[in-house]
Write a protein that binds this ligand. Structure first.
Ligand SMILES: [Zn+2]
Length: 387
């Protein structure tokens, strides 16, 4: 299996090297801001003429280089990446609008924030000398010292050079790694987690739940407030622009929080279990998950994203992910005797089995049934379940 991996190291550039790096940051920032301003201005002028807007040809980075001669002195790959990143940022933003997935509007880059640029390895113009702990970057004639003990044999794909607000320099090196993973052929019954999806609890299992992150509620209120503020501002005004900016920042922050939460939760699941069984991805479930939120601020924490993270984390560990068909009547079956309660409604959170008199808590009963069905499917794949 091939996996992209980033290795981040701290570098210690000399004053002269710093000068080149800072200049590159500056040029990339300038290019980004100029291109973004051009796009904003074009939109302002052509927003009522969608065809002209679509056909509009933006200035290329070559043209910008002619306007700003000094850009020619810095790493041209860094400028190319800047252009590409801006285009991607817009694409993500528009894609987000379509899917009601909120991605922030591209922002101007400030001198005061973290600085960075990305450059590519072409014909070995990026090199690392692991013995002497130094790295060679394009357009910098001398080697830059770094401190780190890791080494790797893989080819460098690209690097991102950055400078923190506090003035430390880092290089994040992206490499492609080949991993050999042997999937487990035996899993222990006690190490199988089966979870039912629920709007309030997110994942409900027999022995543990993974609740909806708490920030959902509070951020919904905040977003509502920001949406309200935006709608009150006069169209085209500076204040409206500012309000939109605040809103996109708020969305960005929530997105980051959600992403962080999803990573932590899937990490815990993948470490704890040898196999995870979940109900198949389905639209109804997604709606359930979103049901607590008003439509205007539907936060896309898609179930799909969560599953993607979980799958690859399990796969990395040679563990198993098992989906159970969405039509499997997990809530309606009695997990003790197998009786099917066809009359069970969505509103009934608890029920008693008429056959064996077991009292069921809806979601827990469902997760027990899911587990049984999931184990059956795992066995079908040739995986042994040890009790
Ligand atoms: Zn029963």
């Amino acid at each position: 299996m091939k996996v992209n991996q980033a290795v981040k190291i701290r570098i210690y550039p000399t004053n002269l090297q710093r000068e080149v790096l800072n200049k590159t940051f500056g040029c990339c920032r300038l290019l980004w801001n100029k291109m973004l301003a051009e796009r904003n201005e074009t939109y302002r002028q052509l927003k009522n003429n969608s065809e002209a807007l679509r056909e509009h040809k933006y200035k290329t980075e070559k043209e910008y280089k002619q306007d700003f001669e000094f850009m020619k002195e810095v790493d041209s790959k860094a400028l190319q990446s800047t252009t590409r990143h801006l285009i991607e940022a817009f694409q993500n933003f528009f894609k987000g609008l379509k899917k009601t997935r909120k991605v922030g509007y591209p922002r101007f880059k400030s001198k005061r924030n973290r600085q960075s640029y990305t450059t590519y390895n072409v014909n070995g113009n990026i090199k690392i000398d692991f013995d002497r702990k130094r790295i060679k970057l394009p357009k910098i004639k001398t080697w830059i010292k770094y401190k780190d003990n890791r080494s790797f044999a893989e080819t460098i794909r690209h690097v991102t050079v950055s400078k923190t607000k506090s003035g430390n320099y880092y290089v994040s090196i992206l490499i492609e790694r080949e991993f050999s993973i042997t999937p487990l052929t035996k899993v222990r019954n006690t190490k199988i987690g089966a979870f039912d999806m629920s709007a309030n609890e997110f994942l409900v299992g027999e022995s543990e739940d993974f609740s909806n992150p708490r920030f959902y509620r509070s951020s919904e209120l905040k977003l509502k407030k920001l949406h309200r503020q935006l709608s009150r501002k006069k169209k085209g005004s500076q204040n409206r622009w500012k309000a939109r900016l605040r809103l996109s920042r708020a969305y960005e922050k929530i997105w980051n929080q959600k992403h962080d939460w999803a990573h932590k939760t899937t990490f815990r699941l993948a470490n704890k279990y040898e196999a995870v069984i979940l109900e198949d991805l389905n639209v109804q479930g997604m709606q359930q998950f979103n049901s607590g939120l008003s439509k205007s601020v539907t936060l896309d924490f898609s179930w799909y994203q969560f599953i993607t993270l979980l799958k690859y984390k399990l796969e990395w560990r040679g563990k198993h992910y098992q989906e159970v068909d969405r039509y499997f009547p997990s809530s309606k079956l009695c997990s003790t005797c197998g009786y099917k309660n066809t009359d069970l409604t969505l509103a009934e959170r608890e029920w008693t089995c008429p056959e064996c008199t077991t009292r069921h808590q809806r979601d827990i009963n469902a997760s027990k049934n899911l587990k049984r069905e999931g184990i059956r499917l795992l066995k079908e794949k040739g995986i042994t379940v040890i009790t």
